[in-house]
Structures are given as C-alpha cells and as structure tokens.
Design a protein. Structure first.
Length: 65
C-alpha cells in the first residue's frame, strides 16, 4: 500500500525558506527588557548630567551677578 503524498506549504522545502532559527518569545522578551533597562540607565545619566550642567551655570551666573 502506497503512502499518501504530503503537500508542503510554500517555502517549506529545505533550502528555500529562511536560513535562521526563530527566536522564542521568552528570548525576545529578555532582550527587550535588557534594552529597556539600558535605555532607562542612559536617560537617568543624561538627566543627571543635565542637572549638573545647569547647577554649574547657575553658580556661574550667581558669581557674575
């Protein structure tokens, strides 16, 4: 008895589809969380540097006036 033929979806043939593995949802979420933490730290540093600069400018203006 012959086995029934199986049809493949477009791009499902070996060598015709994407050549990379898909990243799982948990890996994506971990990457996104790390990126958010890095961006948050960069924002905090930027705010801190801006405050230092403004404090220095205020001190310079007080001496000038």
């Amino acid at each position: 008895m012959a086995a029934p033929l199986q049809t493949r979806a477009a791009g499902a043939c070996p060598g015709t589809g994407p050549q990379h593995e898909k990243i799982g949802d948990s890996a994506k979420n971990t990457f996104i969380r790390r990126t958010e933490h890095i961006m948050e730290a960069e924002r905090i540093n930027l705010i801190g540097n801006t405050l230092e600069d403004l404090s220095q400018r205020a001190a310079d203006l007080r001496r000038y006036l």
